[in-house]
Write a protein that binds this ligand. Structure first.
Ligand code: G4P
Length: 523
């Protein structure tokens, strides 16, 4: 028990939320550099060259230069075990991102100092807010022309409605970025430019009144800086850890990921402030404590064919309580059977290593021949009553037509496996040309590409004119009129498709007794 509590207190499971281009890939790489997980940051020239960044592993990612898959990377920092879950950055992957954010205990919100809060930041922030996730803000690219620090804090507060409290105060920006003053540690961290940022950044510490600093900045700039620091200290609210843990306040750090500056400070704050795995409130009002003496976990991500050489499927599991040991037998309540977890693995890009033990906050990959589905709970003893992952109603629909009829077997295997992974949702599976629904148009391309590339089943997608859908009960399905379009999901639940939000509203007005559900009634 003492071992379990100790291991839990060391764990930090977090994700980085950012608008594309804010520097998420760069920061990920630098966190790994500081965590000693890689020894030389291979700062990647351009997006098309992303092959060397460890969390990108799909050919499509490299072709498109966007992050499609979610990888979990583990590294150690100052006695802590850090589990970084990589959230896909593109706006069309919100469902996948949503699931990842269900599996972390805190998030780093990364902003570009010249842009502040951007559209994708808002979307991701909202998901974190729903879960009251504690968020640490890192304002990146201070080595480039930036907005004023006061302006950036105001932007976060106004746009996101969260109190933003600086932990440090930047000294200039762009070519004049000289470092920052730690408002709580009362130390000046001076920034020295390095080329490429392949190694740890050299950092000089001094007091704010250091004559060398005054000389470095110039008198007028130094005076303004001291004045701003005084205002920041007096006029802004002080950091309140309880508010941060409730997701009501975000501590703000400034830095430059590409040159490594501020990355170490960010890690130190993550270990100091961000919470270790916390209890989960169950559907019946009870709590599932991470230090409960039995293993539980849930599948938040499925991935087929991560490595073409292996041609297997991996279920990524977030451990929620107890100790996981290789070879243990656990229940899968959905299947009503016990399975032995003989070969759990951790991933680092394309490399995989066997895991012998894991604790709450850790992510383990389980290689399985199609046994698991998204949202599955794996546990010792009785299943805890929580629904870890909601599914969402798709907003784009198409009919899938196999163009090479000799590939029916591959086609069926591909569509079911990709649906299990959560890439698409399938409807009318028993028909010759099933329907698929996705959230975000780009997901169609991912689906089509993977079906051809990984399963050898070429398809044509015929878009359907539906924009939204709602699950209904079987009894309600009988009440729907003959002009309403009803399809059936993989579990046989009826789903009503609508051509527009307007149609949806008018249906509801005309059928007030039909209950429309955003999520499947049975998951
Ligand atoms: P993303 O994953 O959030 O999309 O962002 P990514 O790390 O790819 O960074 C986007 C661009 O911003 C990259 O430039 C990267 O080098 C740059 N960048 C990241 N952090 C910083 C920083 O602290 N300062 C500055 N000045 N730039 C930063 P790129 O033009 O796409 O590629 P590259 O040719 O510079 O590598």
């Amino acid at each position: 028990m003492a071992e379990l509590t100790d291991e839990i207190s060391k764990r930090r499971a977090f994700a980085i939320i950012a608008h594309p281009d804010a520097g998420k890939t760069t920061l990920t790489e630098k966190l790994l550099l500081y965590g000693g997980a890689i020894h030389l940051a291979g700062h990647v020239r351009a997006k098309k060259d992303r092959k060397s960044t460890k969390s990108d592993f799909m050919a499509l990612e490299q072709e498109r230069g966007i992050s499609v898959s979610t990888a979990a990377l583990q590294f150690n920092y100052e006695g802590h075990v850090m589990n970084l879950l990589d959230t896909p950055g593109h706006q069309d992957f919100s469902e996948d991102t949503y699931r990842t954010l269900m599996a972390v205990d805190s998030a780093i919100m990364l902003l570009d100092a010249s842009r502040g809060v951007e559209p994708q930041t808002i979307k991701l922030f909202k998901i974190c807010r729903e879960r009251n996730l504690p968020i640490i803000t890192f304002i990146n690219k201070m080595d480039m022309p930036a907005l004023e620090a006061f302006e950036l804090l105001d932007n976060v507060e106004k746009v996101l409605g969260i109190s933003a409290v600086p932990l440090v105060w930047p000294m200039g920006s762009g070519r004049d970025f000289k470092g920052y003053f730690d408002l709580y540690g009362k130390k000046l961290h001076r920034f020295e430019r390095t080329t490429g940022g392949a190694h740890r950044a050299p950092e000089a510490l001094s007091g704010i009144e250091d004559p060398q600093v005054r000389e470095l900045m110039g008198e007028a700039e130094h005076d303004k800086f001291c004045e701003d620091v005084a205002i920041a200290g007096e006029a802004l609210p002080a950091f309140d850890k309880e508010k941060f843990l409730r997701g009501e306040m975000t501590p703000v750090l400034f830095g430059s990921a590409v040159t490594n500056f501020g990355v170490e400070h960010l890690l130190a704050n993550l270990t100091d402030l961000a919470p270790a795995p916390r209890p989960i409130v169950l559907d019946n009002g009870e709590t599932l404590k991470p230090d409960e003496n039995r293993f539980t976990g849930f599948v938040f991500k499925m991935q087929a064919n991560m490595n073409k050489l292996h041609r297997d499927r991996v279920a990524f599991l977030r451990v929620t309580s107890g100790k996981f040991e290789r070879g243990m037998s656990v229940n899968v309540p959905r299947l009503g059977k016990e399975v032995k977890l003989a070969n759990p693995v951790a991933f680092f890009g394309q490399e995989r290593t066997t895991i012998d033990t894991a604790y709450p906050g850790d992510i383990i990959g389980i290689i399985s021949p199609g046994l698991y589905r998204l949202g599955d709970i794996l546990c010792e003893g009785n299943p805890p009553t929580f629904h870890p992952l909601p599914r969402f109603a798709p907003d784009v629909y198409a009919r899938i037509v196999l163009t090479d009829t000799g590939k029916t077997k591959q086609f069926r295997k591909g569509i079911t496996e990709l649906a299990d992974e959560g890439v698409v949702q399938l409807f009318n599976l028993t028909e010759q040309t099933p329907l698929i629904g996705v959230i975000g148009q780009l997901q169609f391309d991912v689906f089509k590409y993977r079906l051809e590339d990984e399963y050898g089943a070429p398809v044509r997608l015929e878009p359907l004119p539906f924009e939204c859908s709602r699950w209904i009960s079987k009894e309600d399905a009988e009440k729907a009129g003959r002009f309403d379009k009803i399809v059936y999901d993989e579990l046989g639940n009826p789903v009503l498709l609508f051509e527009s939000q307007f149609r949806l509203r008018s249906f509801q007005e005309q059928n007030p007794d039909v209950v429309l559900h955003m999520h499947p009634i049975v998951i």
